[in-house]
Structure formats: C-alpha cells, structure tokens
Design a protein around this ligand. Structure first.
Ligand SMILES: [Zn+2]
Length: 497
C-alpha cells in the first residue's frame, strides 16, 4: 500500500523561480491538450484522450517545447488529463449527465516524477532532491525542509505542488502492511461495530470483546474538534466585525494593510484546517490501536453519508458539514488497512433505535442514554455504543460462528475513553485558547436565564479558570476533574438494570 507525505521545499530565489516555472509549464501542457481537443471537436474529429496517443503528440512537439519541463514531467500532466477524461466518460456512460470533461485551464499544474527519474540524497543530514529538467538545462537540486519520514529507497514518486507561494514535494512511498507474531494478529472472526457521530467521531463496540465474555467499548470524544470549529467561527466573525468599516468596496483596490489582513485570514484558515486534520487522524488512530490490542480483524462501519443531504436548519447543517464524515471514514479505512484489519461498510439505518438485547425497535432516544421501554428487558446503555453494537451485528457473519439471540451480553462493557485533538488549545487547562474571549452568548437564550450572564460575567459557554472569576472556585471543581477524567464518567454505559 502507498503513503504520501508532504514535505516543504527550502529554496533559494532562483530555485523558486525554476520550480514555479515547472508548474507553469505543467499548466501550459494542460492548456495545450485542451486546445488540441478543442480544434479536433470543431473539426468533428474524435478527441485524443488515451495516454499513449497524447504522449505521441508530445513526442512530435519535442522536448523543450514547455520551458524547462522534462518529457517525464509533461507526461505526468498528460496522464492526469487522460485519467480525468476517461473517468468522466465512464461516469457519463453510467448516466451521470452532469459530469463534464476536463475543460478549465489552470495556471499552475502539479507535476509528478516517477522513481528512476529523480535522485534523493539523505546521507549528508540535509536531504535534497534532484528533479529532472529538460535536456541541456542545468541540474535542479532542491533541499527538503525536513527529513523524509520514510526510507528513501521506498519512494515511488514525488509530486511538485504549491500552496500559495510555498512549494512542497508530495512523496509517495510503498509501505508494507503490518505483520504480527503468529497468534497475535487481528482475527477476522472478531468483529467490532463502528458508529460515526458528531459528539463521538467514533463509538466502537465489540460484543463479547477481547476475552470472549465481556463486551468492550471505545468512545472517542469529539469535544475538542467541535470547540475548534466554534472558536474559529467566533474568531472569523470578530475579525469581520472589526474590519467591516475599512474593507475596500467591491472592485476597489485594497491597501497594503488590507492585503496583510487578508493574508492573516488565510494563515488562520490554514491553521484551522491543519488542526482538524490532525485531530481526525488521532481519532482514527485510537480506533485502530484499540482494535489491534483486542485482535479485532473486522470493523463494520455504519456509513451515514445518506443523511447528509437533508436540510436540518442552519446550525445543525453547519455541524454536519464540519463533521467531515467522509474524511473520518477514509482515514479509518486507510489506517485499518495498514494494520491488516478489514473494513465493511454497513447500512446504518435504524441502528440507533434498536435495542441490542431484545432486538426490538425503540422510539428515537433523546439524550446520550438509550433506554429500552419493552417489558422484561429494561436495557440501558450509552446511545452511541448501542448504535455500534447494532452495526457490528450487521457485518457479514464469519464462518463457524453461532449467532446468539442478543447482540451484547447486557452487562456493562469495558469502555475505553479517548479524545481526538488533544493537541488543540482549549483541550486542556494548561493551554487555554485565546479565542475564547471572542465567544458571544448563544442566540435565542435571553441573558436573564443564562447562569453565567446572570452572575455578571460575559463568557459563554463556560469559564475554565477559577482565577478569572473570584469566588466561583467551588462550582468549577468539576471542570478541573473533567480535564483528566474521561468525559463520560458517571454516565451509564451499556448496563442492564
Ligand atoms: Zn430491549
């Protein structure tokens, strides 16, 4: 399987010009193919879309037509065009009429080089890469800003990309799937269900989990992720409010100060995106680590993407958009594959409203606790773990396992609590997020009923530091404990009463 790491390039002014020249040449190749196929269409000819025939056209043009770009680099752009064209054609044949063929010009197009066409030097401690350029041009060596996270001999391709004015190399390597000593690897017959949610990005339950007796559960808290979204939104709003008066009118040229303001906005967006990506990686890593420790070889994952198109009001819509469930699924599947664990998508309809003990339908539960109202059952458990238990039951049953009536034992599971985004400011007391001061009171709640507002403070939703609110130390004792303790201590987790 393949892994890609993005490594920044440390370049001189001259190298920067040459590298951006390569990207611009990539854009020229792309534009040339669009142009060529435009002519052919007007003449009534069949468009050229196959990689081989495009390469023949390139060879006819000769090396050096596209500035410093070597023919291997130019061919990678043709490969990209060909793949995009063929996939569009396939989807159109399948009846997706809205899918369009590649038609938009781009100024800068990433260029990929395959193993054998570039050289990586790591021995001097300062890793550097030589990228191929057109014949007759001086060699192009560039330094990497950090060591490669993988051995250099495993690198299969490098791709030159840019983000704003920064240049990066996407280094793709081939990594082996994890190996285990005999009898210690994941067992495909051990199944866990994964419920994706907003409160808990992942809730996982393995019926009669590790030891074959007690259910095992994992709850990954998404609190830090949601806080990051909320704080980022508050910060964006505050910035917009503060600068609305001096914003240039549409069509008017902005001042240098305005340009700096916009640049800072882009930096904040980038930081926000990176923080969230990191937190989602952490969440998926926790699930895979937990599963490996219990030798779980199959993860049944409820795919909730069917629910995303539904309009649920602007607040809930934003929460659903911020959730990035496709990305969570992708990261989980990726890490599971590397660990040798199979992932099965499962239809999750009704899984949160079925009792895992008596398997009867229950009206949609409110709150985090699931209670079975049916007489003779009375099962109570954590709602997300209930969903996970029902999802696990829908996985294709492995050979030689008897399905025994209920999905869970009914006794409390051994539940592990983990957090996604422990690196985020605001996740712990020691690193309080400076953006918290920007939070306004929630709309729709009047100041007279809100406890904090009534007390004269203005911070919503909570005050993290007692020293800011003298005299209120007692009521905040719980906050201190919650920072170290799992977020769901005291709430029932899959217990029969
Ligand atoms: Zn029940």
């Amino acid at each position: 399987m393949h892994r890609t790491a993005r490594v920044e390039l440390r370049v001189t002014g001259g190298q920067r010009q040459r590298l951006f020249g390569l990207l611009r040449s990539g854009g020229d190749v792309w534009a040339a193919v669009l142009e060529l196929n435009g002519w052919r269409r007007r003449r009534g000819d069949r468009p050229l879309a196959g990689y081989q025939e495009l390469c023949r056209e390139l060879a006819a043009a000769g090396e050096g037509t596209f500035g410093e770009l070597s023919s291997v680099g130019a061919r990678s752009v043709l490969r990209g065009y060909s793949d995009a064209w063929i996939s569009a054609a396939r989807r159109r044949r399948a009846g997706e009429a809205s899918v369009r063929f590649p038609r938009r010009r781009r100024g800068l197009v990433p260029v990929r080089f395959y193993a054998g066409t570039f050289t990586i030097e790591t021995d001097s401690g300062r890793p550097r890469v030589r990228l191929p350029v057109a014949r007759g041009r001086p060699p192009l060596w560039v330094r990497l800003a950090r060591p490669l996270p993988y051995p250099a001999e495993r690198v299969r391709s490098v791709r030159l990309v840019h983000q704003g004015r920064w240049l990066f190399l996407d280094v793709t390597v081939e990594v082996p799937v994890a190996t285990y000593p005999p009898g210690a690897g994941p067992d495909p017959a051990r199944i866990a269900g994964v419920d994706l949610g907003i409160i808990h990005p992942f809730a996982v339950l393995a019926s009669r989990g590790a030891d074959g007796k007690r259910d095992a559960g994992l709850l990954v808290s998404g609190r830090a992720l949601r806080a990051e979204h909320r704080l980022h939104l508050a910060e964006g709003k505050a910035r917009a409010r503060a600068t609305a008066a001096r914003a240039p009118r549409p069509g008017q040229r902005g001042s240098r100060r305005w340009r700096r303001y916009r640049a800072r906005g882009r930096r904040l967006e980038g930081r926000h995106r990176r923080r969230l990506t990191q937190a989602r990686h952490e969440a998926a890593t926790e699930v895979v680590r937990w599963a490996v420790a219990r030798r779980i070889g199959t993860l049944a994952v409820g795919d909730p993407r069917g629910l995303l198109a539904r309009d649920a009001g602007r607040r809930q819509n934003k929460a659903v958009r911020d959730w990035a469930v496709g990305d969570l699924l992708h990261k989980l599947a990726d890490k599971a594959e590397a660990a040798g664990i199979a992932v099965h998508p499962v239809d999750e309809r009704g899984t949160s409203s079925t009792c895992p003990v008596c398997t009867r339908r229950v009206a949609k539960p409110r709150g985090r606790v699931f209670r079975c109202p049916h007489p003779g059952c009375g099962f109570t458990g954590h709602r997300d773990l209930v969903g996970a238990a029902n999802i696990a039951a829908r996985a294709p049953a492995p050979v030689g396992t008897a399905s025994g009536g209920s999905l869970v034992t009914g006794s409390p599971p051994v539940t592990t609590h983990r957090r996604a985004g422990r690196h985020l400011p605001g996740a712990g007391r020691s690193r309080r997020d400076p953006r918290r001061g920007l939070l306004s009171r929630p709309p729709g709640r009047s100041t007279s009923t809100h406890p904090v507002a009534r007390g004269g403070g203005s911070t919503w939703p909570a005050v993290a530091r007692p020293e800011n609110q003298p005299g209120s130390g007692k009521s905040l004792a719980g906050t201190r404990r919650e920072d170290q303790a799992p977020p769901h201590r005291g709430k029932p987790c899959l217990t029969r009463h």
